[in-house]
Design a protein around this ligand. Structure first.
Ligand SMILES: Cc1ncc(COP(=O)(O)O)c(C=O)c1O
Length: 397
């Protein structure tokens, strides 16, 4: 028999994130006719609002799919069988994207990292310089590696590509950074940006996005990988009149309209500053806990710290999965698990989406109590250290 858990469940995984009541209410409005005039108004508002979030003047297409669908759309619209792509393997999600490329008949050229930092632009530059036959069609980078809490420098990755004179496209996964960490599709020279609804955009899972550059669109005219559902062409044609080529996820789109309005009301610079502040406060807590030697940040490069999640690594002999299970049982809080080579080694604290100072302090209190209950040696004062960071910024973000 399930025992009732009083109070609010703390959903502190790095996505799906907490969906604000305003967005849930918008989604619960009656479903509308997706071929009627009301839908074109909704679609116009959403497709224009998305451009402001991706910071692009080009098209953004919306698929009724999880983020994985948008990965596939980026590849199948621009590439042909046998093409090579550089995949910077910064963590679990970058690994999954390269596995997908292989299954689609693309050859991934993998640039490995130790999963404790972001992509190295010098390694990208070297890979392109050695590609004398110009087989590489694209460089794929995950902006914010959700498995490690490390951010990759996208503008520097583009500069590295350009410095070689190589025509490779740049594809970027922003699934756990869009609307949490500042991002510039146009100014950073990105060709396809991949995103999903369930993290910074504060929606349930179910929508995914491609922002598309003119160069990527041009590549899609010559690309020969088979595509149908993910084909940009019919989508862009229908979107020109603010309709979709198949039944769109109407209620989620209405939720998206509301979420975009909320982001604009807060102001995007404030949204990014709030995430930066919560990342800094969380790291202050981890550093204090780490004074006893059993807890440390997974990300080891301060320039690459993520503002949307923190992956916390436990010393050998301690199980991150048992700790998470204890915290769920005792405090009704879900934390992210370790993925791939980090299984049972790290747990992840999501601090993105609809989130404020007191939610963060509640989450960190649960972790601090959990560490002590689990017998993980834990330095004192992690929550105090986080509060000290938050109070430094109390009146302005
Ligand atoms: C960075 C990143 N890429 C890709 C994915 C896969 O997205 P989805 O699970 O929505 O298909 C995720 C999911 O968490 C992610 O965090």
């Amino acid at each position: 028999m399930n025992v009732r858990s009083p109070g609010i469940h703390f959903l502190q995984i790095p996505g799906p994130t907490n969906v604000p009541g305003r967005v849930l209410r918008a989604i619960s409005e009656p479903t509308i006719d997706h071929r009627g005039p009301g839908f074109a108004d909704l679609s116009r508002s959403v497709l224009t609002g998305l451009k402001r979030v991706f910071k692009t003047s080009g098209p953004v297409v919306v698929f009724p799919a999880s983020g994985t669908g948008a990965w596939e759309a980026a590849l199948v619209n621009t590439l042909s069988p046998g093409d090579a792509v550089v995949m910077v393997r910064t963590g679990w999600f970058a690994s999954l994207w390269s596995e997908m490329a292989k299954r689609l008949g693309i050859e991934p050229i993998i640039l490995d990292t130790d999963w404790r930092r972001g992509a190295d632009p010098a390694a990208i530059e070297a890979a392109l310089r050695s590609d004398r036959e110009r087989r590489i069609r694209a460089v794929c980078v995950v902006h914010n590696e959700t498995s490690t809490g490390c951010v990759s420098p996208i503008a520097a990755a583009r500069a590295a590509i350009d410095s070689t004179g190589h025509p490779a496209l740049l594809f970027v996964d922003t699934i756990s950074s869009l609307a949490s960490i500042d991002y510039h599709h146009d100014d950073w020279g990105v060709d396809v940006t991949v995103a999903g609804s369930q993290k910074g955009l504060m929606l349930p899972p179910g929508l995914s996005f491609n922002a598309i550059s003119a160069k990527a669109l041009e590549a899609s005219r010559k690309a020969t990988l088979p595509r149908s559902y993910w084909d940009w062409r019919p989508m862009l044609d229908a979107n020109a009149g603010f309709y979709f080529p198949y039944t769109p996820a109407t209620n989620l789109l209405r939720g998206l309209e509301e979420a975009l309005a909320m982001l604009e009301e807060e102001g995007m610079p404030n949204v990014f500053a709030r995430h930066r502040r919560h990342g800094a406060a969380t790291r202050a807590a981890v550093e204090a806990w780490g004074k006893a030697g059993a807890v440390e940040l997974q990300c080891q490069a301060p320039s690459d710290y993520s503002s949307s999640l923190t992956a916390v690594r436990l010393a050998d002999g301690h199980s991150a999965d048992s700790l998470r299970a204890l915290i769920l049982r005792r405090f009704d809080m879900s934390l992210g698990n370790g993925l791939g080579i980090l299984k049972d080694r790290v747990f992840r604290i999501g601090h993105l989406g609809d989130f404020n100072d007191l939610t963060l302090i509640g989450a960190l209190s649960g972790v601090e109590m959990g560490l002590k209950l689990a017998g993980v040696p834990c330095g004192e004062g992690g929550v105090d250290a986080a509060m000290a960071v938050l109070s430094q910024f109390s009146d302005s973000i």
